[in-house]
Design a protein around this ligand. Structure first.
Ligand code: NAD
Length: 411
């Protein structure tokens, strides 16, 4: 099943519950614009390579479109399309005034130099600058891109449009960025994990947690939950999984990864397991925070966690979603669980437009409030309508976008 078909299934389940008309379904599930561009880039060794870049602008009924820019060798139009639609529902669930978009360049970000990455970024801006902007479409970092890429992006965009830091978010703090953006997604995952445990009547203190992926999202999630006195028993990255049933020292793991080129390879005081094993550990909470599609029809029967928090985008395939729902395992869906990042991106955009620097306390306070509100709405709707948390989250998002579309009128 293609990535966009999986999102469509989730959309349809919620649209059925909402009794959405066929015309509105078509309107809301069709992207407004899909852009594919060729990016001829000179590599450091003098070769001229032609890369392909994508930007899918899914929906702008609720505001300028918003979504990350991914540099990864598996990027294709279908993946970008599915992630763009997820952004529409994500911004709507947390009720920030944005629509949804996503972009990507098909390139292996691990093998390109920093100078090559800069040239790719500037070329991409050259190709799409007329179609993006602070009032149209605002990119942000995603896999393979970071605050440095965003700084190049702004610099190149400004050559066409003049001073415009709000054209992207996730910028360096000393270059119009906002404090707290880096931790925001992990913090949001942590806040909602604690809330979900509370709703399930489980103790937070001592609850066992396994986290797949120890990059930006996974490491900040681990830190937050360790501070909340959960017992983080397993973490992982590309080098494999690290398990200690007595609990891992998360801060030691963060320091270790920092000192070893962002890798946990060789991390001591833990048993080495595979990334597959990690998903099937006997824990209270499982948090996939790396790749999409890791929880499948094949392994869903063996998952022992009672709560799954989707920190990554699309980690659960639809067939696994059905199996887990039937087994009574709760899944907090990506469009809500990892929305902390886009929420603080909204604060960054607002800050840039106000020419006023927010401080960390204000960012954290407003983030906590917005996520708590969205979480309660989705959980209550799920209980009231007896639907999964995923269907409830899509229902909240779809309803808001449909209403904005009706109010504006389509003539
Ligand atoms: P990142 O690049 O900082 O970290 C990714 C982590 O996953 C690394 O530890 C890496 O080693 C690990 N990893 C990569 N391939 C793996 C594999 N095959 N098996 C196990 N681990 C593997 O990325 P990130 O920003 O932390 O994003 C992680 C996920 O969260 C992605 O799905 C991303 O789309 C999603 N997400 C990120 C943000 C954000 O603000 N960064 C916001 C929303 C969603």
């Amino acid at each position: 099943m293609k990535a966009s078909e999986a999102v469509q299934r989730y959309f349809d389940a919620a649209a059925d519950e909402l009794d959405l008309s066929a015309d509105m379904r078509t309107l809301l599930s069709t992207p407004e614009r899909e852009i594919t561009v060729q990016l001829p880039v000179e590599m450091d060794d003098g070769r001229l390579v032609s890369l392909i870049g994508y930007r899918v602008q899914h929906n702008r009924a609720r505001g300028p479109m918003k979504g990350g820019l991914r540099y990864h060798h598996e990027v294709d139009l279908d993946e970008v399309r599915s992630l763009a639609s997820l952004m529409t529902w994500k911004t709507a669930v947390v009720n920030i005034p944005f629509g949804g978009a996503k972009g990507g360049v098909t390139v292996d970000s691990r093998v390109i130099s920093s100078r090559e990455k800069e040239r790719i970024t500037r070329k991409f801006v050259d190709e799409i600058h007329e179609l993006i902007g602070p009032d149209k479409d605002i990119p942000a970092p995603d896999m393979g891109t970071d605050h440095e890429v965003m700084a190049w992006f702004v610099n190149q965009y400004n050559k066409y449009a003049g001073f415009n830091p709000a054209v992207v978010t996730g910028k360096p703090v000393e270059h119009y960025g906002i404090p707290g953006r880096e931790e925001a997604t992990g913090r949001g995952v942590g806040i909602q994990t604690v809330k979900a445990l509370g709703r399930l009547g489980r103790k937070v203190r001592g609850a066992t947690v396994a986290i797949q992926g120890f990059g930006n999202v996974g490491s900040h999630t681990a830190k937050f939950l360790a501070e909340a006195e959960c017992k983080v028993v397993a973490i992982s990255d590309l080098s494999g999984g690290y398990y200690n049933p007595e609990g891992l020292d998360v801060m030691e793991a963060v320091r270790y990864a920092r000192e070893h080129h962002n890798s946990l390879a060789g991390f001591p005081k833990a048993q080495h397991i595979t990334n597959h094993d990690l998903l099937e550990l006997d824990v209270t909470v499982l948090i996939p925070a790396a790749l999409g599609g890791v929880i499948t029809g094949e392994n869903a029967h063996r998952i022992k966690a009672s709560l799954i928090i989707e920190a990554a985008n699309s980690p659960t395939r639809p067939e696994a979603d059905d199996i887990l729902a039937a087994r009574g395992i709760h899944i907090l869906p990506d469009i809500l669980a990892n929305a902390g990042g886009v929420t603080v991106s909204y604060f960054e955009w607002a800050q840039n437009r106000q020419f006023y620097q927010w401080n960390l306390n204000r960012v954290r306070g407003e983030l906590d409030h917005m996520l708590a509100t969205a979480f309660e709405q989705v959980w209550d709707l799920s209980t009231e309508r007896k639907v999964t948390l995923r269907t409830a989250a899509f229902m909240v998002g779809i309803q808001r976008v449909a209403r904005a579309t009706e109010l504006a009128g389509v003539v």
